[in-house]
Structure formats: C-alpha cells, structure tokens
Design a protein around this ligand. Structure first.
Ligand SMILES: Nc1ncnc2c1ncn2[C@@H]1O[C@H](COP(=O)(O)OP(=O)(O)OP(=O)(O)O)[C@@H](O)[C@H]1O
Ligand SMILES: [Mg+2]
Length: 335
C-alpha cells in the first residue's frame, strides 16, 4: 500500500525524472491562483494534472468545461448562463458553468478548439474576472482559478489566425508540458501494475505479467499515451481467462513493435485478442483492406449504437476522453 501511495502522489503514477518535475510544478502551481496551461499529446494525463493542481489546495469546485463540444449561443449560455427570454427556448434564468466554478477551478479542456468569438469572452474573464450572462446587461465578478489544456500547438493556431495572441499570452503564464509516454518508458511497468490493480478492484481477473510482456510494452511507442496503455490493459484483463498472459494474447502491433518500431495505433487492433469479443467492443470487419480511419469510424459508431447515443458512456468504452470523441465524431461526420 505504502509503495503505491508513494508512486501515485497527486494521483499520478510514475517515477521518471519527468514525472518528478511535473509533481514539483503541480506543488508550485497549487500555491497561487495564476492561470495554468497544460500542453501535451492526447492521453498524456492533462486532466489528471489539472485535478491534481486543484486538489493540492482545494478551494471550491473543480468544473471541467469541454471547449470542443458546444458552439454558438449554446456554448455561451452553457458557460455564462442566460436570462429568461434571451433567445427562443430560454424560458428560465439559467446559471452557467463559470458561476458554478466561482470560488474554485474552471478547467477549459481543449482550449484550442474554442471558437474565436468565445475566446474574446474568455479573455475578458481572465483580465477582468467578470462575465455577462446571455441576454443580460449586467457584469458579474467571479473569483476563479483557470486551468486550460490542449493537445494542439497553440503557436501554430495563433499563426493560422485560429487562436488569439492576447489570450495565448494570458494563458501561457504557467505552462506545463506533459511528456509523451514514449519519452518516459521507465514508467510503463508501474503504470501497467497500477491499471491492473485498478482493474482487479473493479472486478476484472488478475493478470500475471512476465518480463517479456513488460519488455514488449516498453518497446511499443504508445501513440495514444497513458490512455492507450490503460485501454490495452483493461481490454486484456477483460478478455483473458485467468492465468499468465501469453505473448500471443497481445494485439499484433504490440507483438511486432519490437521488430519494426511500428507506430500504428492499437485501438483498432485490440479486438483481435484471443479471438474473443466483448459485445460492446465489437470491432470493424477485419479485412486487410480496411483503413485505420475507417475502422476507427466504425468502432465509434458501434460504441454509440451500443450505448444508445450516450456519448459519455461511449467515450468510456472506447477509452478516450469525451472531447476526443466529439472531435472524432465531427471529423468523421457522425451525428
Ligand atoms: N501519470 C498517470 N498516472 C496514472 N494514470 C494516468 C496518468 N496519466 C494519465 N493517466 C490516465 O490515463 C487516461 C488519460 O488521461 P487524461 O484524460 O488526463 O489525458 P488527457 O491528456 O486529458 O488526454 P486527452 O487529450 O485525450 O483528453 C486517464 O484514464 C488517466 O487516469
Ligand atoms: Mg483530456
């Protein structure tokens, strides 16, 4: 127990020097209320770090806000609330997420996806600590800690005119870059153990790992980072029958990674394990001609059908964040 508690301080597993540095920055960030910008590839733990910063010095609530999931008036009203009669359908006054986060932390996830017209409003919130509900003339003051995260390169977004430079400067006061899992592979065995224990706690059978298996995990580059590793462990534990895990149980990109250094994303391949399929994970037809995007599109659709369109549930099954799911749905034109 103690050993685990020490490796997972702040809810973060990992003993690499990179993780130690991240823990120190979390402690520093927790001492003030400056805006924090979390950068890093998908699945590197940006949300885990955002929560850790809040929890290290908890004040008020931690309110996650998906910047990619809402557009136009709906988003503005979701963020800032609206007054009765502000638009058709606004039959009551409604409080927004920003008001909910007052006194606490607002986590703007996928800030790089925030539409330009909303960026102006967020800038005002950052500069003046005030906002206006849709349809209201009155400004309200708030006391917020703002944490923002994105997998995008904000310099590029600024250069392309999609992100306001002034907002970028405002947010970039305290930037934390989360390393890709391939750049801290020494953390992989600990993470594997952590996810196995978590799986066991939620009723999945225990898996015995071998050195060979861990070496294989360390040889793979995990383009989907910690999220992909977690997904892989969950799927393997769910699919295996009790006992030691065999090399042949592994999805093929992992089996081949040592030889080829293949960067292929696993998510489409995990269904091949041991010829079994969990019904809700039903995979795309396994013909060699199907492309990864096709297979991904198919898998997402199946997950949405299986959950009757419940996106949160579908995202959990797929092992990706809700924002990532929204983005991919948009990308593939899935309604
Ligand atoms: N250092 C870590 N220790 C333990 N679990 C971790 C760590 N980093 C990430 N995770 C787990 O990996 C998954 C992905 O993490 P998280 O949602 O924070 O990533 P993200 O950077 O926000 O990804 P995305 O850009 O896709 O939203 C979560 O299940 C999280 O609990
Ligand atoms: Mg996230």
């Amino acid at each position: 127990m103690h050993r685990l508690a020490s490796v997972s301080s702040h809810g973060l597993v990992g003993r690499s020097s990179q993780m130690a540095a991240i823990r120190r920055v979390i402690d520093k960030a927790a001492r003030n209320r400056l805006p924090v910008l979390l950068l890093g590839e998908s699945g590197t733990g940006k949300e885990v770090v955002a929560r850790a910063i809040h929890d290290a010095n908890p004040r008020g609530r931690f309110v996650p806000i998906d910047c990619g999931s809402l557009v136009g008036t709906l988003m503005e009203s979701e963020l800032f609330g609206h007054v009765k009669g502000a638009f058709s359908g606004a039959t009551e006054n409604k409080r927004g997420l920003v008001e909910l986060a007052d006194g606490g932390t607002a986590f703007f996830d996928e800030i790089g996806d925030l539409p330009l017209e909303m960026q102006v409003k967020l800038l005002r919130l950052l500069q003046e600590s005030e906002y206006r509900a849709v349809g209201s003339l009155q400004w309200h003051k708030v006391d917020l800690r703002i944490i923002a995260a994105t997998h995008r390169d904000l310099h590029k977004e600024v250069a392309a005119g999609r992100f306001r430079l002034d907002l970028f400067y405002r947010l970039n006061v305290f930037a934390i870059r989360l390393p890709a899992l391939r750049d801290r592979k020494e953390d992989i065995p600990l993470l594997v153990r952590h996810f196995m224990e978590a799986g066991q706690a939620s009723g999945l059978p225990w898996m015995e790992t071998t050195d060979e298996l861990l070496e294989t995990f360390q040889a793979y580059d995990w383009p989907g980072n910690v999220r992909e590793l977690k997904h892989c462990i969950d799927r393997l534990s769910a699919l295996q029958s009790e006992g030691a895990l065999q090399m042949s149980d592994l999805p093929s990109p992992l089996q081949h990674s040592r030889a080829s250094g293949n960067l292929q994303n696993l998510s489409g391949a995990v269904g091949e394990v041991a010829g079994t399929e969990l019904p809700e994970f039903a995979m795309a037809p396994r013909s060699p001609v199907i492309s990864l995007p096709q297979s991904e599109r198919h898998t997402i659709t199946r997950a949405l059908v299986a959950t009757k369109g419940e996106r949160g549930k579908a995202a959990r099954i797929l092992g990706i964040g809700r924002t990532t799911l929204y983005r991919k749905m948009k990308q593939y034109g899935i309604e």
